[in-house]
Design a protein around this ligand. Structure first.
Ligand SMILES: Nc1ncnc2c1ncn2[C@@H]1O[C@H](COP(=O)(O)OP(=O)(O)OP(=O)(O)O)[C@@H](O)[C@H]1O
Length: 279
């Protein structure tokens, strides 16, 4: 579905992404992990079209999209979730979903004037789709609530819902677990799995929460210093010494080592490793 070849993004003399080659197959939920500054978000920005690569190519469904603008990629079904924009906080959850479909007939002045009935029918269809999406996400009870008043987890579900209002094929999720409580996290995971297994969505998911990566993602790709370090199943990647080294830093100073020792992500990796050994 997605083929990234030799991708480089240089900021001045520094390469945030440094020769990335990656394949994402249809129906996968690919987990992208790596320490801070590994280049994950920059890679997302390149794939979504928010940044132009210095070198390399990106193909989506067999088509070279390297120079296509973001909205053209969006129309092809390559969708990145974004935090709900600040100016949308005063809109209700339902209205936030209804804003998504591009080129609504209601936006066209002449269509409004000449075909008011048609516009109303289209708006009714969009409203219905928004209500179906809210029902799927179990957010019907907050349909008329201002988006700004929703909890962190509800906002994440709504962001996922915005991708369901389009014909999304590949969805890029940037840290979906961040700021979400455990209960809503389980719900978010469940919805991602249903969208993947029953509705054919492919996902790339950047995440520091290793539990979520383990539950949802195959394959897992670990990036470090702008490069793909390793790709494989969660257990293979987790137990690869290069991955642990990347999280700890190759030649850490005493202070850095002390900080890394207490990094919750490293503790998380270690804990899971010990748990695996127990088994
Ligand atoms: N616009 C920019 N100009 C200069 N340097 C940048 C720019 N954007 C990112 N970088 C640098 O590129 C590197 C990779 O950043 P990026 O945000 O892609 O990492 P990341 O893997 O997503 O990290 P995190 O997990 O902390 O979000 C970092 O060193 C960052 O400071």
């Amino acid at each position: 579905m997605l083929e990234v070849d030799g991708l480089v993004k240089a900021f001045g003399g520094f390469r945030a992404v440094d020769g990335c080659t990656l394949r994402v197959g249809k129906g996968e939920i690919l987990g992208l992990i790596g320490p801070n500054g590994a280049g994950k978000t920059t890679l997302f920005n390149l794939v979504a079209g928010a940044l132009q690569p210095t070198l390399g190519t990106i193909r989506f469904l067999g088509e070279d999209i390297t120079t296509l603008p973001t909205d053209a990629r969006f129309h092809k079904g390559l969708v990145r979730t974004f935090q709900i924009p600040h100016e949308f906080h005063n809109l209700t959850a339902r209205e936030n979903l209804m804003m998504v479909p591009p080129r609504q007939p209601g936006e066209n002045l002449f269509a409004n004037w000449f075909a008011a009935g048609k516009v109303r029918a289209a708006e009714d269809a969009v409203r219905q789709k928004a209500d179906d999406t809210l029902a799927f996400l179990e957010l019907t009870h907050v349909a008329d609530e201002r988006a700004g008043n929703l909890s962190g987890g509800q906002k994440k579900l709504l962001e996922l819902g915005r991708t369901m209002m389009t014909e999304a094929k590949l969805v890029l999720l940037d840290e979906p677990a961040a700021g979400v409580n455990r209960t809503l996290l389980r719900k978010l995971e469940e919805k991602i799995l249903i969208l993947n297994r029953e509705r054919g969505y492919t996902f790339i998911l950047i995440e520091h929460d290793m539990e979520m990566i383990e539950k949802l993602c195959a394959p897992v790709v670990c990036m470090a210093e702008g490069k793909v370090l390793i790709q494989g199943d969660f257990h293979t990647v987790r137990s690869d010494s290069r991955v642990l080294e990347a999280y700890l830093g190759e030649t850490p100073t005493a202070v850095e080592r002390e900080a890394a020792e207490h990094d919750p992500r490293v503790e998380d990796l270690r804990e899971q490793e010990l748990h695996r050994e127990d088994l």
